[in-house]
Each structure stands twice: as C-alpha cells, then as structure tokens.
Design a protein around this ligand. Structure first.
Ligand code: GRF
Length: 214
C-alpha cells in the first residue's frame, strides 16, 4: 500500500476529504504523516481527529528556503513516503525537492490552469467576469502551478456569485475529485512518463476526469 504525506497550511478540508476516503478504503493508500508549515493551521486538529501523525515544520524558523525544504524532505524520507500531496499548502518548494519528487508530488490549484497560477484565483475570476472556473490537479514541477495537468474540474460562474460562493463550490468539486485521483495514482492507473500524464484506465473514465463538473 502506498505511503502518502499530505502537506497543508490552513483549514485542511481537503485533507479531511482524503483522510475519510482512506479510512473508507476509497483510497488504496495510507496517510503516514500530515505536515503543516503553519503551527496554528486548523488542518492539524483535523489530522489529529483522524489519529494521523501531524508534523509542524514552521517555515518562519528557517533561515533559507533550502533549509526549510531539506526539513520537509527529511520528514518525507523518515516516513518513506511514496506520494506527496499538496492540499492547500501555501509555500513554494524549491528546485531540489521538486526535482527529487517529480512524478510523485501532486498539487491542487483552484483555477483552470494555465489560467491564474498563484494566489487570489476566485477574485481574478470575478474581476474578469469569467463564465467558468474550476480546479486543477497537477504534478509539481519547479515552476509555480505549471507541472503536467492530471485532471480538472469545472464549475459555472453565476452572475451574482461572491468569492465565498465560488470557494464553496470549488471545495465541493475538490473534495470529490482529489481523492479519486489520489486513489488512481496509488493504484498506478495514473502516472507520469517522459513528462506526460499517462492513464492506464478505460478512455471513458479519463474523459470524466477531463470534464468533471458539478
Ligand atoms: C483549496 O481550495 C485549494 O485549491 C487551495 O487552497 C484551498 C485549501 O483548502 N490551494 P483546504 O485547506 O483544503 O480547506
């Protein structure tokens, strides 16, 4: 069974969705540790409520990004992690660690990449009066929010939507799609080969991922 680490910085609602899926055996993997770079993150409480190992690696205590990354790597190595899941993890990881875990580290980003890498995606969508919004799950590369995309989920933006409305609907799609993708990675139905995402599943399933919608 694949050993999973989940990295968080905040509320951890995705962590909870993944943990639930593991305990209900909808994910064929085991969460070995949850790492938070923010000591007060609510996600730590959520991790503990599932009896998970919660490790704090407070970025503010490290002089350089490299030292912080090395400590994260140290924890991942200690738990012999196979799959690293960034679920609302708000630090940029450097070249060395992203290279080491290339193909084994995935991120959840709240936009339809390549649109809106970086922060404040909901505000940007509203500002530009976009008709659609969504989420992307991608392999992590050394460039911010730019690694190979595995799956995207789409929502329609309604005329009177606020940031809160978008956040709610984005969360609901994340909580459904992310655990499914993690399970398929655990079962090696999704993997990275020569920088290309491969799906060893039937085409109709792959299509559902590409056009996942709520
Ligand atoms: C999610 O919307 C994710 O896309 C973004 O940050 C949010 C984290 O939410 N990167 P949570 O901490 O999982 O509740």
């Amino acid at each position: 069974m694949k050993k999973i680490a989940i990295l968080i910085s905040g509320s951890g609602s995705n962590l909870e969705a993944i943990a639930k899926a593991c305990f209900e055996q909808r994910i064929d993997g085991q969460i070995k540790c949850v790492i938070s770079n923010v000591p007060s993150a609510f996600g730590i409480q959520r991790a503990k409520s599932f009896g998970l190992n919660a490790v704090i690696v407070d970025h503010s205590l490290f002089k350089t990004r490299d030292e912080f990354d090395n400590e994260i790597d140290h924890v991942l190595s200690k738990y012999k992690i196979d799959i690293v899941v960034l679920a609302g993890f708000m630090r940029i990881l450097g070249k060395k660690i992203t290279k080491k875990y290339y193909g084994k580290m995935i991120n959840l980003h709240p936009s339809l990449l390549p649109l809106y890498p970086g922060l404040d995606t909901h505000a940007k969508v509203l500002q530009n009066r976009d008709k659609n919004h969504g989420i992307s799950i991608h392999y992590v590369s050394s460039e911010l929010d730019a690694g190979p995309i595995i799956a995207q989920g789409c929502i329609s933006v309604n005329k009177n939507d606020t940031k809160n409305d978008l956040e709610k609907r984005i969360h609901s799609i994340e909580h459904k799609l992310f655990p499914k993708i993690i399970n398929d990675i655990c079962n090696e139905k999704i993997y990275l080969e020569d920088n290309i995402v491969k799906f060893s599943m039937d085409k109709s399933m792959q299509k559902i991922y590409e056009y996942y919608e709520v």
